[in-house]
Design a protein. Structure first.
Length: 434
């Protein structure tokens, strides 16, 4: 077989056979092809897309290109939860301990921030001492002991994705639905859970800006999961605005903890309850809609927060640092408010602009390998729909220096829109795909 023939098949709009896919992935990881050949194939996939079975085979090939985790020794049915990315999206920090408290086995691998979106591993690493790189045995043992662990993806997971992702970045082929779907789902398949719950975000702060593209991505990912024998459900959620009141790693940990104690933002709690109910259903623990009051009780009686504390301690984190209100956890050197330039109802808060501003403040990476400031970020003082007077603080910027605040401020200043009338509450959940 020749790589030239594989490129030709795709260039002419055909579907790759399973033996062509196997040959391609093996040669890719083995370094047998020129970069220009792989780039040509990526562009052909970008232009022509992939058929459903072809996409399932391609994703399985990618998943099998490295280590495949075996979770079969764990009790219960492990359920994964994955978000396609958002701003202020601390949902996993709430969902994982709450699901564990409700009896779901949570053995989760998460990623780091990408562009203007945050990553669960960066957020967890805001907790002093917390380790996200565990051996497979330590990871499984922690889940056996306390039902929940969140670790970073090991370097040997899906090497094919690392090569393709880098080339996609350099060849303007990142935004292809089959390439995004196979990139995400190959890592989910390799991470070993038999059931997968996807949060496909839509809007300004998401990678998918409009509902039709998000539906297409969700359908592709659900088809891959189910086609690979893993029951998969996708929930489409609105990411026009940041989720909750905080953006930035340490600030989001604090807000997640408030939510786990039953006093977080309403929209974040509602989403957390919905996602955990879906995970319970996937785990065979009963119909999703029957769990809401039980889950709310787990927040109010302290059980969910207790599970979070156990996870932090098991992974070497200093729980006292985050649980003691007098500690200096996530306190930035400098804070500065952004004041409302006019009076009116806050009708829109642009998640993309605030996500980009948070990166400039030090909460995300401008370049690969940049060190994060775990205390940096933005805290909204005034939620969407609230009436604000001119000169009142809309948000606080947190950073290590005045200079960093000065470079983020112009983005923050464009992020708020005002109206004379109170805006309608946007729909948070935009669909469910099975
Ligand atoms: N996240 C991934 O892992 N891959 C993509 O292609 C996009 C988002």
């Amino acid at each position: 077989m020749l790589i030239h023939d594989i490129i030709t098949t795709k260039r002419d709009g055909g579907a790759l056979s399973s033996s062509q896919i196997e040959f391609f992935i093996k040669g890719l990881v083995g370094g047998s092809f020129g970069e220009e050949q792989v780039a040509a194939l990526l562009m052909a996939i970008y232009i022509h897309g992939m058929q459903e079975q072809e996409l399932v085979n391609f994703t399985l090939g990618m998943a099998n290109s490295g280590e495949m985790l075996d979770l079969s020794s764990l009790p219960g049915i492990p359920v994964d939860k994955h978000s396609t990315g958002g701003v202020g999206d601390k949902l996993t920090l709430v969902v994982a301990p709450l699901a564990a408290a409700a009896g779901v086995t949570v053995a989760k691998m998460s990623g780091r921030g990408l562009g203007h979106t945050g990553g669960t591993i960066d957020k967890l690493e805001a907790i002093p001492g917390l380790v996200t790189e565990l051996s497979e045995e330590a990871f499984l043992e922690q889940v056996r002991q306390i039902k929940v662990a969140i670790i970073s993806q090991s370097a040997s997971l899906v090497p094919a994705d690392k090569i393709l992702y880098d080339l996609r970045n350099r060849t303007a082929t990142v935004s292809s639905i089959p390439l995004i779907a196979s990139s995400i789902m190959s890592k989910k398949l390799a991470a070993g859970c038999g059931k997968i719950l996807l949060d496909v975000t839509v809007g300004q702060g998401a990678f998918m800006k409009d509902l039709p593209s998000a539906i297409a991505l969700a359908e592709a990912m659900v088809a891959i999961g189910n086609g690979a024998g893993r029951e998969t459900v996708a929930i489409l959620t609105n990411m026009d605005e940041p989720l909750g009141y905080t953006i930035g790693n340490g600030l989001e940990v604090k807000e997640a903890m408030q939510t786990l104690a039953g006093s977080g933002p309403e929209e974040l709690e509602e989403l957390a309850l919905l996602f955990v109910s879906e995970m319970m259903q996937l785990a065979g623990l009963g119909e999703a809609s029957s769990h809401l009051s039980y889950l709310r009780q787990l927040l109010l009686d302290g059980t969910a927060l207790q599970f979070f504390r156990r996870m932090v301690e098991a992974q070497g984190g200093d729980a006292t640092a985050v649980f003691d209100h007098t500690s200096t956890f996530a306190l930035a050197k400098v804070t500065q408010p952004y004041l409302a330039p006019q009076s009116g109802y806050v009708s829109k808060i642009n998640a993309l602009l605030l996500g980009e501003a948070a990166v400039l403040l030090g909460a995300g990476r401008l370049n690969k390998g940049d060190t994060l400031d775990m205390a940096a970020g933005i805290r909204l003082e005034c939620g969407r729909g609230k009436f604000t007077q001119i000169g009142e603080p809309l948000c606080q910027l947190h950073a290590a220096s005045d200079a960093l605040i000065a470079r983020a401020m112009p983005l923050v200043a464009q992020a708020f829109t005002f109206a004379a009338e109170p805006p309608k509450r946007p729909q948070q959940v935009l669909g469910r795909i099975i």
